[in-house]
Design a protein around this ligand. Structure first.
Ligand SMILES: NC(=O)C1=CN([C@@H]2O[C@H](COP(=O)(O)OP(=O)(O)OC[C@H]3O[C@@H](n4cnc5c(N)ncnc54)[C@H](O)[C@@H]3O)[C@@H](O)[C@H]2O)C=CC1
Ligand SMILES: O=C(CO)COP(=O)(O)O
Length: 328
């Protein structure tokens, strides 16, 4: 039995806490809203984020960071990418220096262009650290449905150890030493899911969506490689696998956000769509590196109100014809 502390009591944090509690670990779910955490402890439900899932007795929900972190062996950071640096500052001094950190956000920090591992390596120089990413809806994992993800660390031996620790009977972790590839895939698939959703919401059809997903994947591979990722990783669970999941189900908040944008419905009450925050910085990083990423650029411009979806589609279709497969 290992002591897990999960920071961030949203959908994904609650699902992972639930998974590890069911796997007979000692689990504490740490949230920043005292009332919500007390209600969770009393009702054994997370009404705000994952209402249909029962929280087993082995999971304790708390707002008390000191108590939650004092003997943690594994600390999962499950907050949005834009909040990770703040969470690291808030809880950093309480995290035991030998605890393994598991980073679960899928995004790029807007103000710095950094992925999670770079943000955290700066604050936690000595803790072992890994990134968990891949096709995994919170509700599926919380309900014990079969799921496979990638766990990446700086060396393959560390990734092997982390994958062993983080696997459970319905949750299969594949080890990787490609942090850059895993983080790039997780962030970029969200931006592309917005584009796929927009095509559906705007009534452009399934064929247009398939073209966007496929050509979007070309952009993901180009950008992922520019960030230092390996082609095989981008073709794996945390790249192609998560792109497929996120672009094919309205359970995805990014895909659903794209549909809402495309169909012009009110988006004020929609849940977290990480791609909305990563699109602009992904587009900027692509421009700076002179990487051709027209779909990512279009998503960023649409979100900024610079062009309409119809204008973006017209621009994509009017680009000069080219060969499908790039040769060196
Ligand atoms: N929901 C899902 O199915 C999956 C989500 N993810 C990723 O996990 C990350 C978190 O997503 P969700 O949990 O779904 O989002 P969510 O919107 O459901 O929950 C986010 C939680 O983080 C908390 N939070 C925000 N800033 C905080 C801070 N500074 N300190 C403490 N808590 C803070 C919020 O109060 C909220 O409880 C995202 O990057 C997402 O892309 C990854 C895999 C699956
Ligand atoms: O990352 C996810 C599935 O792997 C969740 O996707 P959404 O954030 O779009 O809901």
């Amino acid at each position: 039995m290992t002591r897990f502390t999960v920071i961030g009591a949203g959908a994904w944090g609650t699902a992972l806490a639930n998974l590890y509690a069911r796997a007979d670990h000692d689990v504490v779910l740490l949230g920043r809203n005292a009332d919500a955490m007390a209600a969770m402890e009393a009702t054994r439900r997370n009404e705000g984020y994952l209402p249909d899932v029962y929280l087993p007795p082995a999971l304790r929900a708390t707002h008390d960071a000191k108590e939650a972190l004092s003997s943690a062996e594994v600390v999962l950071f499950v907050v949005p990418a834009q909040s990770l640096a703040t969470a690291a500052e808030t809880y950093g001094d309480l995290v035991p220096s030998n605890a393994m950190l598991v980073l679960c956000a899928k995004g790029i920090e807007r103000r710095s262009g950094r992925f999670s591992s770079a943000i955290m390596a700066e604050r936690f120089a000595n803790n072992p650290l890994c990134v968990l990413s891949g096709p995994s809806f919170a509700a599926d994992v919380a309900n014990g449905l079969p799921t496979a993800v990638t766990v990446a660390a700086g060396t393959i031996e560390r990734a092997d150890r982390a994958a062993e620790l983080l696997s459970a009977n319905t949750f299969r972790c594949y080890a990787s030493d490609d942090l850059a590839g895993v983080e790039a895939g997780g962030a970029l698939k969200n931006v592309l899911a917005l584009a796929a959703g927009m095509a559906i919401g705007r009534g452009l059809g399934e064929s247009a969506k398939a073209a966007i997903v496929t050509r979007g994947f070309v952009e993901l591979r180009r950008l992922g490689a520019a960030f230092g990722g390996q082609p095989q990783t981008l073709m794996g669970l945390s790249g192609l696998g998560d792109l497929i999941l996120t672009c094919s189900s309205e359970q995805s908040r990014n895909f659903a956000y794209g549909i809402a944008l495309g169909s012009g419905v009110d988006r004020t009450n929609l849940k977290l769509a990480e791609g909305v925050y990563s699109a602009g910085i992904a587009a900027r990083l692509a421009r700076e590196r002179q990487i051709e990423a027209p779909i990512v650029q279009a998503v960023a411009e649409i979100l900024d109100g610079e062009i309409s979806i119809d204008e973006a589609m017209h621009a994509l279709l009017s680009r000069p014809l080219r060969r499908e497969v790039e040769t060196a």
